[in-house]
Design a protein around this ligand. Structure first.
Ligand code: SF4
Length: 360
């Protein structure tokens, strides 16, 4: 039986690709790829269950960060190195193809659909650099491209492939519903933080200060407010309860960079993670005081006033090492600078970062 590996995100294009191949009697293995900035999609597993697709999930790690820091083909509108990323994905698919004895790789790419990676010359470049050559099939747009090995040999019936191009999805959606039983239609969101303009300043700042961040450093960018104090210290402050939980769980990872965690003890407020650059000394008492002042700065003053005594915080120098400390305001905390330029309320001299609404 002919077997194909399909890059399977769980979005409409990859799902339709799977269904087109299945309609030709081809067995499909869906390769579902996660990155430090894109989690596996629960929808992918749901569709796989519905249509009997075997899913193999793999996660890019360190090598993905190296690629992002220096992409050969540059970035899109945000900090999304889509061409390099697609090449990496296809190389992973080629590996799976040879591991599993599959005949070819297929993707849901459509010529001209995405400005950063699906112009015709970009598709050709991606094909060439992936090393797949004639073993890469794009069923949705195949009839606008030269026939592949699979079409020439009769392994795949070219007549049953398509010639979609451009950004409009109307015809794709109609076909997906009418001929391939896809309903409801998956949302087109990529779920990739790298494509979000508001995320780019955080990552750009991290790479500027640390060209070789660890996975832990990079994944810490996904939640909370990010503030830099100086070249040595950075803070992540939760905006809401879910952020706080993620920060605590991130601190519990064994691969964490030098960091301490502060949570309020006798009032409601945010969680503060203070991260030091790897080559520096352990945290000093001044650093701890600074983190405490920052915690107060992002807390609701009315709640602090109700304590009726000194504000206290739980200080964790390690996940299992808790001490309760008193914290107090300090003007130094005003030297923390919010990183997201778009949302930044810093004073013109780079001074105090005003809070958004204090955490409830
Ligand atoms: S949007 Fe993100 S996951 Fe998708 S190709 Fe671009 S960088 Fe890769």
């Amino acid at each position: 039986m002919t077997k194909a590996v399909v890059l399977f995100s769980g979005g409409l294009d990859s799902l339709l690709t799977v269904r087109i191949l299945q309609a030709q009697g081809i067995e499909v293995i869906g390769l579902h790829l996660a990155t430090p900035f894109q989690d596996p999609s629960p929808e992918a597993a749901q569709w796989a269950g519905k249509f009997g697709i075997e899913i193999v999930t793999r996660r890019f790690g360190r090598e993905y960060l190296d690629m992002i820091a220096n992409p050969r083909y540059g970035y899109g509108k945000a900090l999304n190195p889509c061409i390099d990323c697609r090449i990496m994905m296809l190389r992973a698919a080629a590996e799976l193809m040879s591991e599993r004895g599959a005949d070819f790789v297929a993707t849901g790419e459509v010529a001209g659909q995405r400005p950063n990676s699906q112009k015709l010359h970009q598709l050709n470049l991606i094909t060439r650099m992936s090393g797949l050559g004639g073993k890469l099939l794009r069923p949705l747009t195949a009839k606008t491209l030269p026939p592949t090995e699979m079409e020439n040999s009769g392994l795949v019936d070219r007549e049953k492939l398509f010639s979609y191009t451009g950004r409009s999805r109307t015809k794709l959606i109609r076909r997906a519903k009418a001929d391939f039983g896809i309903h409801p239609i998956p949302q087109p969101s990529t779920g990739c933080l790298l494509a979000e303009k508001s995320f780019a300043p955080r990552l750009r700042d991290l790479l500027k200060r640390n060209p070789h961040p660890t996975l832990w450093d990079a994944e810490a960018l996904r939640f909370g407010r990010h503030l830099w104090f100086d070249s040595r210290l950075k803070a992540v402050v939760s905006r809401r309860e879910a952020d706080g939980k993620q920060i605590v769980s991130h601190f519990h990872r064994s691969d964490r960079s030098p960091s301490i965690l502060l949570t309020p003890e006798n009032f409601m407020g945010p969680t503060v993670l203070l991260i030091a650059s790897p080559d520096t000394e352990p945290f000093t008492d001044e650093d701890v005081a600074l983190a405490g002042a920052l915690l107060l700065r992002f807390s609701n003053p009315a709640k602090i006033a109700r304590i009726g005594g000194p504000a206290e915080a739980n200080l964790f120098r390690a996940p299992d090492a808790r001490e309760v400390i008193q914290i107090s305001p300090s003007g130094e905390a005003g030297r923390f600078r919010l990183i997201e330029e778009a949302a930044c309320h810093c004073e013109p001299d780079g001074g105090a970062a005003e809070t958004d609404s204090p955490e409830e």
